[in-house]
Design a protein around this ligand. Structure first.
Ligand code: SAH
Length: 259
């Protein structure tokens, strides 16, 4: 169903053919939580094995894309949260990152990235550009930088923008650019994007973001206020966008302006 921007985002009654199969039922996932071990075996080792177990549980909940799984296995999630929460970094839970915001749970990060990459042939990924709205602590941006050629990530809270910069400094990720600003506007000077990932929930997909998608690009966004669902948008041509409504989710709200 084409998306008419004047009418907002319509609900699709049928799953389009390009969507992956539905996820396993919630109960199947509930048994697959990973708890990070607290072993006195050196700083790197416990987190390496906890992260490997997290990747196994991502596989079990249906994440298939090898590059996404590899990226999730490489990026040290514990380095993006407060030291007091580091032991929970590889559980499939959202964690507080300050300023009233949260880092999304790993299964949500992996699923969103997998959904936007699926339209891109392997050969185009190295050159592909992705825009993230809501840098937060920078974790998802670091994962995106291992999957896409170029990443631009926008954050509206100055304190978080700087926190992400600090978290990412030692990782020296050359293909990631952090921008301070209101993500409603996208980043026109770096557009068009082959994929857009929104990490905060608005009432609709901002027009500027639809315009900054290249033809064939995908955008994934939580949409809604009290009830939210992931929306997957694909740009069909210059004038038409197709949207599918997927899983119910819970994200922090997309806010206007900067602070
Ligand atoms: N991807 C992040 C998740 C952060 S939570 C991570 O890996 O940590 C969502 C983030 O979106 C918050 O940091 C919030 O401040 C930010 N946000 C909300 N509205 C925004 C907007 N209009 N523009 C940019 N960022 C926004």
């Amino acid at each position: 169903m084409p998306l008419d921007r004047q009418q907002g985002v319509p609900f699709m009654s049928r799953r389009p053919a390009w969507l992956p199969p539905p996820r396993p039922p919630e109960g199947a996932r509930a048994t697959q939580r990973v708890v990070a071990p607290q072993r006195p075996s050196g700083p790197g080792l416990a987190s390496d094995s906890a992260r490997a177990r997290m990747v196994e549980s991502l596989r079990r909940v249906g994440v298939r894309d090898a590059r996404v799984l590899d990226a999730m296995g490489q990026v040290p999630r514990h380095a993006f949260v407060d030291a007091a929460l580091a032991s929970r970094a590889y559980e499939d839970v959202a964690l507080p990152i300050g300023h009233g915001q949260t880092i999304s749970k790993p299964s949500t990060v992996a699923r969103m990235i997998e959904l936007v990459t699926q339209s891109l042939p392997e050969s185009r990924r190295a050159a592909a550009r992705v825009l993230e709205i809501g840098t937060g602590c920078g974790y998802q941006a670091a994962v995106l930088a291992r999957v896409f050629g170029q990443v631009v990530s926008v954050e509206r809270v100055r304190g978080l923008h700087e926190q992400a910069r600090n978290n990412l400094r030692t990782m020296r990720i050359a293909n990631l650019r952090l921008v301070f600003g209101d993500g409603h506007l996208g980043v026109a000077r770096a557009a068009p994007f082959d994929a857009i990932v929104m990490a905060a929930a608005g009432e609709a997909v901002p027009d500027a973001l639809l315009e900054q998608m290249s033809v064939g690009a995908r955008l994934i966004a939580p949409i809604g206020t009290t009830r939210q669902a992931l929306h997957l948008v694909e740009r069909l041509d210059r004038e038409r966008w197709q949207v599918a409504v997927l899983d119910a989710v819970r994200f922090v709200p997309l806010r206007t302006g900067t602070s």
